[in-house]
Design a protein around this ligand. Structure first.
Ligand SMILES: [Zn+2]
Length: 126
């Protein structure tokens, strides 16, 4: 395994560990029934998204932790930590919420600064 692959594998293992140790989403927000995140990532200044995908969260066993890796494979120590913003919205009972996070990683000698924009759609049991 080369260094980059090993780093990526380590990061993945660390994230898995943190996810395993995190409180469960259902425990933190007992009324939550469904959660969908629409994610769009773009370079700073770019008009259109380069990467977009939809994440459907399995509420029953998901961790109360939302971290999205940076989509630039040459980005070092990057990624998006969305947990605080999303958990605040869910505890508040918001059905629709959105936010942005800028990657703080490094690409070569420059900072990455990719921007991840998310739109969350949540349903709750009454
Ligand atoms: Zn990055």
């Amino acid at each position: 395994m080369n260094r980059r692959n090993r780093d990526a594998a380590n990061r993945f293992a660390e994230r898995r560990k943190r996810e395993d140790e995190a409180p469960r989403l259902q425990t933190e927000v007992p009324k939550l029934d469904g959660l969908r995140l629409d994610l769009e990532e773009r370079r700073t200044g770019a008009v259109s998204a380069e990467v977009s995908h939809i994440r459907r969260v399995v509420v029953a066993n998901a961790p109360a932790m939302f971290e999205v890796p940076c989509s630039d494979p040459s980005c070092q120590d990057g990624g998006h930590e969305l947990t605080n913003g999303i958990m605040r919205a869910l505890r508040h009972g918001d059905e629709k919420f959105e936010g942005e996070d800028t990657c703080l990683g490094q690409v070569g000698n420059a900072s990455c600064e990719r921007v991840l924009r998310y739109v969350g759609t949540a349903t709750y049991r009454s």
